[in-house]
Design a protein around this ligand. Structure first.
Ligand code: NAP
Ligand code: NAG
Length: 345
């Protein structure tokens, strides 16, 4: 008996020492969001959206849960909802977590913005994940599209009203926005009966989003930052201009805190109260990316990283520029459109 419990104790503490405790952020509906999320968009290649092979993503999410990740970011358009949901359910079945310990964010795709389409999309998401509810349902873009990807003029306020219904029906605990500009967020705030708790936007050293982040903060909206590594990693298989892993500003901070440049950048987001959404499928980098809660940057160090700002976006769907609700400034896009392959198909 003694021996059994001793072994159990060892097993328990061994597992615990490898688990990182992620802080929680209070949202304006009094619920809590874990301060880092694992991204699960696998990108695209010549064949279109990259899908997970042999349950690779499911296994990554299960490893992530063992390491302490409690927040996962997916979307209907990523084609990853099923494996993310499967991993969560398997870890619940293993007794490692309870449903309420994990936070699942997913997104409504642009082709389902009409009032009656939102419930259809929501139910399909729940069916794919195999869960009774998600924690956060985001409107992926303010842009509505028809099934053939031609522009639809469905107002995002109509979509928002339908998303509010999803909360009332218990399909999602919270709702929020993604890729909305300040005026569009303000419009939703003015007209809503349930406030958006979160705004997911591109945030990295080359697009620091000072204005939108401070506006969201004033409204009590939590900002989630996507593509957090910016130019540090290859984009569309290319090295694009901007700071790299060997940048002296980042390497000197990395040396000071005994961290990697990637960890410094993730911590820069955390210290600005932004929830980073790093994506990785590598076990080593999974641990690296979550191991950022035992140090803190100084104000002047945050400011130093802010200096990289050049308002450079990697998610810039310029083929939607003529849409009435296109959220970004009209600028030429020097890089391939991330959704172009979807558009062609
Ligand atoms: N709302 C939106 O419209 C929107 C748009 C874009 C993205 N997102 C979300 O944000 C997530 C992340 O965005 P993202 O994938 O564009 O960019 P990201 O997380 O900044 O970069 C991912 C790339 O960095 C590599 N990487 C990860 N950790 C690393 C580390 N510690 N050191 C070196 N390389 C590392 C990954 O390769 P390995 O996998 O090989 O490690 C991958 O190639 C997405 O998965 C998605 O959930 C949302
Ligand atoms: C999802 O829908 C399909 C088809 O209607 C059904 O066979 C399946 O059991 C559903 N899955 C879940 C988890 O509800």
């Amino acid at each position: 008996m003694f021996r059994v419990s001793f072994i159990l104790l060892l097993a328990c503490c061994g597992a615990m020492s490898a688990t990182i405790d992620v802080p929680m952020l209070k949202m304006l509906n009094d619920r809590e969001m874990p301060a880092i999320a694992l991204g699960t968009y696998l990108g695209f290649d010549k064949g279109g959206a990259v899908t997970s092979k042999d349950k690779q993503l499911r296994n990554v999410v299960m490893q992530a849960i063992d390491l302490g990740y409690r927040h996962f970011d997916t979307a209907a358009i990523y084609n990853t909802e099923a494996e993310v949901g499967e991993a969560i359910r398997m870890k619940i079945d293993e007794g490692v977590i309870k449903r309420e310990d994990v936070f699942l964010t997913t997104k409504l795709w642009n082709t389902h913005h009409k009032r009656e389409q939102v419930a259809v999309a929501m139910k399909e998401t729940l069916n794919k994940t195999g869960l009774d509810y998600v924690d956060l349902f985001l409107m992926h873009w303010p842009i509505a599209l028809n099934e053939d990807y031609s522009h639809s003029n469905t107002d995002y306020l109509e979509t928002w009203r339908a998303m509010e219904e999803m909360v009332k029906l218990g399909y999602t605990k919270s709702i929020g926005l993604s890729n909305f500009n300040k005026l569009q967020v303000a419009t939703v705030l003015q007209e809503c009966t349930i406030k958006p708790v979160a705004l997911q936007i591109e945030v990295h050293p080359q697009i620091i989003q000072e204005d939108l982040i401070s506006y969201a903060k004033d409204e009590g909206i939590i900002v989630m930052g996507y593509s957090p590594f910016g130019s540090l990693v290859k984009r569309f298989g290319m090295d694009l201009p901007g700071p790299k892993m060997d940048d002296p500003v980042l390497t000197s901070l990395a040396k000071k805190y005994d961290k990697t440049p990637a960890q410094i950048v993730l911590r820069w987001l955390v210290d600005r109260k932004v929830v980073p959404i790093p994506k990785t499928v590598s076990p080593k980098r999974l641990l690296e990316n979550i191991n950022i809660f035992d140090f803190k940057l100084k104000e002047e160090e945050i400011e130093k990283i802010n200096q990289f700002n050049s308002n450079t976006r990697y998610t810039l769907p310029s083929f939607w520029q003529k849409h009435p609700f296109y959220p970004f400034d009209m600028v030429p896009n020097p890089i391939p459109d991330p959704f172009r392959s979807e558009i062609k198909s």
